[in-house]
Design a protein around this ligand. Structure first.
Ligand code: F6R
Length: 250
C-alpha cells in the first residue's frame, strides 16, 4: 500500500481527480467504483471541471457505487443515488445505462445484492475503486467486525456511523438504520484502489489502518494487503501517524 500525504482538502481533491482522469485516459471504457459522502465531493467537482474545460469524457465509462441506504428512494436528497446525480452523473457525459446502483427500495435485498455482484463480474470487474473511510475505519458500509470475505449484502449501521452521517439529515432519527453495501472481498477485487481521508476526525482510523494490526475490527486495515492501493490523506488526517515524515514522500 502506498501512503500519500498532501497539505489540505483542496490538494487532496485535485490529486484524486487527476488519478481518476489518468485512469480514464489509460482506459476510456474503465469500470469505476465510486463512493459518496463529504470526502469525494471535491474530487467530483474537479472531475466536472476537467470535463468542461479539458474535455475529459465519461462516455465509455461504467460506474458501480459502493452502497445505498435501505428504504430511501433515489429521489430522496440524502440517498446516495441523488448525491451522485447532483455531484457527478448529471454534470458529465456518462451514459445512464452504464451507471450501476444498489436499489435501496428493493423488496428482495438478497437478490439485488447477488445481481450486483453478477453485474460487476459481467462488466469485467472494477478497474479503479474510489473509497472514503469512516471514523470507525469502515469502508463502504462494512462496519467493524465485517468479514474480510464479505460480499455485497444488507448491513446494520453502527451508532457511530449513524451519528457521523446525521449531519446530512435533519435529525439522527431520520438516518436509516440499514444499508446495502459492497462487501470487503468485493472491494478487494478491484484492480486499483484509492482511499481518501481528510480532517482530524479521520486521524485515528487512518493511523489504525496504516500502522495497527490488520483486523476485521478496522475494516480499512485489510487494504494494506492489496497489491495496488493508495491512501491519499491530508495533513489533518495524518496527525496520528507515527511515521508520517517518512511516508510523506509518496
Ligand atoms: C459512502 C461510503 C462511506 C464513506 C465514509 C466516509 O459511499 O462508502 O464509507 O466513504 O462513511 O464518509 P465521509 O466522506 O462523509 O466522511
Amino acid at each position: 500500500m502506498r501512503l500519500l500525504i498532501v497539505e489540505d482538502y483542496d490538494e487532496l481533491s485535485v490529486r484524486a481527480a487527476e488519478m481518476v482522469a489518468e485512469a480514464i485516459a489509460w482506459k476510456p471504457n474503465i469500470v469505476l467504483g465510486l463512493a459518496t459522502g463529504g470526502t469525494p465531493g471535491g474530487c467530483y467537482r474537479e472531475l466536472v471541471r476537467m470535463h468542461r474545460e479539458r474535455g475529459l469524457s465519461f462516455a465509455k465509462v461504467a460506474t458501480f457505487n459502493l452502497d445505498e441506504y435501505l428504504r430511501l428512494p433515489p429521489s430522496h436528497v440524502q440517498s446516495y443515488r441523488y448525491y451522485m446525480d447532483e455531484n457527478l452523473f448529471n454534470l458529465v457525459d456518462v451514459k445512464r445505462e452504464n451507471i450501476h446502483f444498489l436499489d435501496g427500495l428493493t423488496m428482495d435485498p438478497e437478490r439485488t445484492c447477488r445481481e450486483y455482484e453478477n453485474a460487476i463480474k459481467a462488466s469485467g470487474g472494477i478497474d479503479f475503486q474510489l473509497l472514503g473511510i469512516g471514523s470507525n475505519g469502515h469502508i463502504a458500509f462494512n462496519e467493524p467486525s465485517s468479514s474480510f470475505q464479505s460480499r455485497t449484502r444488507v448491513i446494520s449501521l453502527s451508532e457511530q456511523t449513524r451519528n457521523d452521517n446525521a449531519r446530512f439529515f435533519h435529525s439522527l432519527d431520520e438516518v436509516p438504520r440499514q444499508a446495502l453495501t459492497m462487501g470487503i472481498a468485493t472491494i478487494l477485487e478491484a484492480r486499483v484502489i484509492l482511499l481518501l481521508a481528510s480532517g482530524v476526525g479521520k486521524a485515528e482510523a487512518v493511523a489504525k489502518s496504516v500502522e495497527g494490526s490488520v483486523t476485521e475490527m478496522v475494516p480499512a486495515s485489510i487494504l494494506r494487503t492489496h497489491i495496488n492501493c493508495t491512501m491519499l490523506v491530508d495533513r489533518d488526517a495524518a496527525v496520528k501517524l507515527t511515521m508520517q515524515s517518512l511516508s510523506s514522500q509518496g
